[in-house]
Design a protein. Structure first.
Length: 252
């Protein structure tokens, strides 16, 4: 009688398909916490200041959005600028050795900014580069003569841009062109320092040259297209505007 009563309750054992997920969940180890995210901001800033910029940039590629956000915040701090400046010697800043070191650290800074902003849109990334670099420029060029500071600021931005935009597709050139004109106040004649001086890839140089010639010449102009291109090439790759007065009248 008891057996018949239990059978009426229809007590069935759970199926194997239902047990497997439960067993898997119980057997999986818990995800270890990201200890870097648990470190106080002040201590994390000190840790970053002891690391090479290349290692800090690699932290942005680990897949942690929170860690990347912390790096982006750190780039805006004086601690980051001092790390970039640590190898600069103010006594040789007006010499070739100082120039070479300034270009080197700005290239590294551009690569750091590239990795930190890689998930942002192109326009946002360029805006961030301007903002981040302006902080560094102010600290490095603060005590320089006005014209010398302007030259060094332009050189550093060009060096940083060369690594920042390396590998970008040609469809993004329009954004870079607009950024240089509108945000940095440059003209097409000033682009040579950005896309030839510090770019080592011949393919990249050729792509930029084709883009600049295509977007800065007018086929419907009364001036021949060849003459427009020649004038633009002279402005891009020829002597600086400050030295043009030294050329013979037939060339001017």
């Amino acid at each position: 009688m008891l057996t018949r009563s239990l059978s009426k309750l229809m007590l069935d054992s759970p199926t194997t398909a239902k047990l497997v997920p439960m067993l898997l969940r119980s057997s999986q180890p818990s995800q270890p916490p990201n200890y870097l995210l648990l470190i106080p901001e002040e201590l994390l800033t000190n840790i970053f200041s002891l690391l090479p910029m290349s290692d800090i940039g690699m932290l942005c590629l680990t897949g942690s959005t929170n860690l990347r956000d912390k790096v982006m915040v750190w780039i805006t701090t004086t601690s980051c600028s001092r790390l970039v400046m640590v190898s600069l010697d103010k006594h040789v800043m007006d010499q070739q050795a100082g120039y070479d070191e300034w270009v080197r650290v700005c290239r590294m800074f551009g690569l750091l900014c590239k990795r930190a902003s890689m998930l942002c849109s192109t326009s946002t990334r360029l805006r961030l580069l301007s903002s981040w670099y302006s902080k560094l420029q102010c600290l490095v060029c603060d005590k320089m003569d006005r014209d010398w500071a302007r030259l060094w600021g332009r050189l550093g931005l060009a060096a940083a841009t060369s690594t920042f935009t390396l590998g970008w597709d040609e469809i993004e050139f329009v954004r870079v062109d607009g950024w240089l004109r509108e945000v940095e106040g440059l003209k097409a004649e000033d682009f040579g320092i950005f896309f030839w001086e510090f770019v080592s890839s011949e393919d990249t140089k050729a792509s930029w040259l084709s883009f600049i010639l295509r977007t800065n010449t007018n086929p419907s102009s009364p001036v021949a297209l060849e003459q427009q291109s020649a004038s633009l090439l002279f402005s891009l790759l020829g002597p600086s505007r400050d030295n043009v007065f030294l050329l013979p009248p037939s060339v001017k």
